[in-house]
Design a binder for this molecule. Structure first.
Ligand code: MLT
Length: 387
């Protein structure tokens, strides 16, 4: 039994591996508090679940649906982009339905990166960008995200030889894991950079609807001409707490959307109709619910900030996304070791920064997708451990 070299050379996905390790810890009777994965704990709004059950009860709901998403879902995505970002999209050629944005990002990178090509990937970052590029045989050039630069990459500093071989640039704002945000001026520079160097700009906008204190994160497609070079990904996982439903979308450049469509049509046969109908209800229905949900995350954010600062970690207050990115206490050097010790001593599971790339070393990511009372308890345990 010999897997391909491509697969044999990669480790399992960080959170898949972690889930296995955590089952062993739980089997020892430890009361685990999971603040590792960004998996929303609250259910979606009732009108979304209603749309799902209504559609699932229809006798015609169980066949295959159109490749790339139903016309209604694609229209709903275009309508969301129009009302939320004032961005116009052609639902037939500039929108594609996905089985979650993770698979879409992976497959778009597979569609553009050949062996020997370079993928420019902000680091630390969601692990899928780099692993997709490596599986395609590409070479990953990490663009460091540093606190002193507001966790934005310094595009002018990219090595010229690597840039000459680069095919794609992967960015993600609001940022996972750092919680940093980017403004339209930065997106404009990224679009100009992609145009100047003939890159496909891949922007993961998973967290634009998770924001605090009145802040409204922009879409990269708000930049004039962005569609000439960019594809943006969005997911209903974080926006509407529909993570397990696996529903997302790619929008933007039509040639890239077409290439992704061709590859995906060989791999999957679209998505369950009822999930897409619920997606339509989510995207076009009342958006007030997300503001309420964000208030819950904001309260948790503040509890976490107080807790981590009490144990000597430093963390900026994030304006968006669902994470607190905290620097290790002085004298600690390994995020993996620190998280392992925290888990053993307190039962609180977090993500070591290095899981997001070497540039994440020195940090720990706390997810806010855990019930508020458990977040409070987790911080009390940390203070008892180290305070
Ligand atoms: C995260 O925790 O970074 C993501 O939610 C994990 C994932 O989507 O796989």
């Amino acid at each position: 039994m010999r897997p391909s070299k491509r697969v044999a050379s990669i480790p399992p996905y960080f959170f898949a591996d972690l889930a296995g390790r955590l089952s062993e810890v739980a089997a020892r009777g430890v009361d685990l508090i999971r603040m590792d994965m960004g998996a929303p704990d609250l259910p979606p709004a009732p009108h979304i679940i209603h749309a799902l059950t209504q559609a699932a009860a229809r006798p015609d709901a169980h066949s295959y649906t159109p490749f790339g998403g139903t016309p209604a879902f694609r229209e709903a995505v275009a309508s969301f982009y129009r009302s939320r970002f004032e961005v116009d999209l052609d639902p037939r050629r500039e929108v594609l339905g996905l089985i979650g944005s993770k698979e879409g990002i992976f497959h778009l990178i597979e569609s553009f990166v050949d062996p020997g090509d370079v993928a420019l990937v902000a680091e630390p970052s969601y692990p899928v960008y780099a692993s997709a590029a490596r599986i395609a045989g590409g070479d990953v050039e990490g663009l460091p995200l540093r606190r002193e630069n507001g966790f934005l990459p310094d595009l002018a500093a990219v090595d010229r030889d690597r840039l000459a071989k680069a095919k794609v640039l992967c960015l993600n704002y609001p940022n996972n894991p750092t919680g940093a945000t980017a403004d339209v001026a930065f997106f404009r520079r990224a679009v100009e950079f992609a145009r100047a160097h003939d890159l496909l700009l891949i922007h993961d906008a998973a967290y634009t609807e998770v924001a605090f204190d009145g802040f409204r994160p922009p879409s990269l497609l708000e930049v004039d001409g962005a569609k000439e070079v960019a594809v943006e990904f969005h997911t209903l996982s974080k926006t509407y707490n529909m993570a397990g439903w696996r529903l997302g979308m790619a929008v933007g450049n039509r040639q890239a959307i077409e290439a992704l469509y061709v590859l995906k049509s060989q791999i999957d046969t679209s998505h369950f109709l009822a999930a897409q109908e619920a997606g339509v209800a989510a995207l076009t229905g009342d958006q007030a619910w997300t503001q309420e949900r964000n208030r819950v995350y904001r309260e948790r954010r503040d509890i976490v900030l107080e807790g981590v600062r009490a144990i000597g970690m430093t963390a900026d207050t994030p304006r968006a996304a669902m994470y607190v990115w905290a620097a290790l206490p002085k004298a600690e050097t390994s995020s993996t070791e620190f998280c392992n010790r925290m888990l053993e001593a307190t039962g609180v599971s977090t993500t070591p920064g290095v899981a997001f790339g070497q540039e994440g070393e020195g940090y720990v990511r706390f997810s806010l997708a855990t019930p508020t009372a458990r977040v409070r308890e987790a911080m009390e345990r940390l203070v008892r451990w180290r305070g």
